[in-house]
Ligand binder design. Structure first.
Ligand code: ARG
Length: 370
């Protein structure tokens, strides 16, 4: 459109008009475009006001509704019908390609989105992450980037040891198959209740998670089944929303990939001991980042550091986005600082896209009750 305005103006003045001279007025009622005439004053030996006045009076074109001189500017009002016609006909011609650009030049952007936890309900936060992430992916794609949508499932951690023990004690295969998430959640809640009375349960849970981490086949098979059943339920939501993923590599995927990363942290002298645990100091204003618990177990952060490095190697992203609620802001600043301290300059490309909680009567919305 600006180019069209330039071409029209050029027919009515001997000055050279360039596209970057055309401004868009701050308020729509002032016009669609404006040409400031101040730079012509010296050569023409006339005031900008007079130049604008003369140009505005001369300006006649089938695409222009009206032109007005205001304070040394020619304010131009375009005709709606030809403009609308041209927009509609390009939409008609270009179809779904309309509005696309190649700005992104094929650059890869990973989007960590949705990422619910296995055997737990899909929360309002997961829903927001899913739809915000998907919208960003669509916008990026339209702008010539290659988005990679990653569902970083919460499918690992000590809670799965507890779940294995609970299932062995009180589980019912048919019930899990019928309503996987609800049944597994109930088992998990029962485990915690019973563990208050019987303390040996917690040790059993830890031992069960250890057998998972060591890849013990029967433990692994049961975990795999919980994962598949939970995913089936999440899939119903994704189908409703029409959202797909390029990867479902969640936390468990990094189980056998963390050791070399912990070694690297050690080699770079970044690990310090604190109450038997291993942490990275991330500066004065941020609490230290926990890498290994005193019992040697890895953590959420350990898996995210490993995942970030894996994604960089695997996808060569230019930007790496994490669509996660703002209650995890601290976690993502720690993640960036640790990567930066490891000397990985691409840590700058990591961006936490956060969102707030949905509240009802001042309280967090619970997925189960609503
Ligand atoms: N599973 C986590 C939760 O439900 C969200 C994971 C977000 N992504 C990540 N890479 N940490 O809170």
């Amino acid at each position: 459109m600006k180019q069209l305005v330039v071409d029209i103006l050029q027919n009515f003045t001997s000055e050279i008009i360039e596209e970057n001279m055309i401004e868009v007025p701050a308020y729509a009622h002032l016009g669609d475009y404006a040409l400031p005439c101040f730079s012509f004053a010296k050569k023409q030996r006339k005031s900008p006001h007079v130049i604008a006045e003369e140009l505005a009076t001369r300006l006649k074109d089938e695409n222009i509704e009206n032109a007005k001189a205001v304070n040394g500017y020619v304010n131009i009002f375009m005709k709606r019908v030809p403009f609308t016609n041209s927009v509609l006909s390009s939409i008609h011609k270009e179809g779904v390609q309309y509005g696309s650009s190649y700005h992104g030049a094929g650059d890869i952007v990973t989007i960590d989105m949705s990422s619910p936890n296995i055997a737990k309900p899909f929360s309002m936060g997961h829903l927001r992450s899913t739809v915000i992430g998907n919208s960003i992916a669509l916008l990026l794609e339209k702008s010539g980037y290659k988005p990679i949508k990653i569902n970083h499932l919460g499918d690992w951690g000590t809670q799965f040891g507890k779940l294995l023990v609970a299932y062995h004690l009180w589980g019912d295969k048919k019930k899990v198959e019928k309503a996987p998430i609800q049944t597994l959640l109930e088992l998990y809640i029962r485990f915690h209740k019973e563990a208050e009375i019987d303390e040996t349960l917690n040790d059993k849970g830890r031992a069960a998670f250890k057998s998972l981490e060591d890849g013990e086949p029967s433990a692994l098979a049961l975990w795999e089944w919980f994962r598949t059943e939970s995913l089936k339920e999440f899939q119903k939501i994704y189908d409703l929303l029409g959202v797909t993923f390029d990867s479902y590599q969640g936390e468990a995927f990094y189980n056998d990939k963390m050791d070399p990363i912990v070694d690297e942290l050690q080699q770079k002298k970044l690990l310090i001991e604190s109450d038997g645990a291993l942490v990275v100091d991330v500066g004065e204003n941020v609490p230290p980042c926990l890498i290994k618990k005193s019992d040697g177990a890895t953590l959420y952060a350990t898996r995210d550091i490993t995942a970030a490095i894996h994604r960089k190697k695997n996808y060569h992203f230019t930007k790496s986005l994490y669509i996660v609620g703002n209650e995890q802001s601290l976690h993502f600043s720690q993640l960036k600082i640790v990567l930066n301290k490891m000397g990985l300059e691409w840590s700058e490309a990591i961006q936490h896209i956060s969102f707030g909680l949905i509240l009802k009567n001042g309280k967090k919305l619970s997925t189960r009750k609503h």
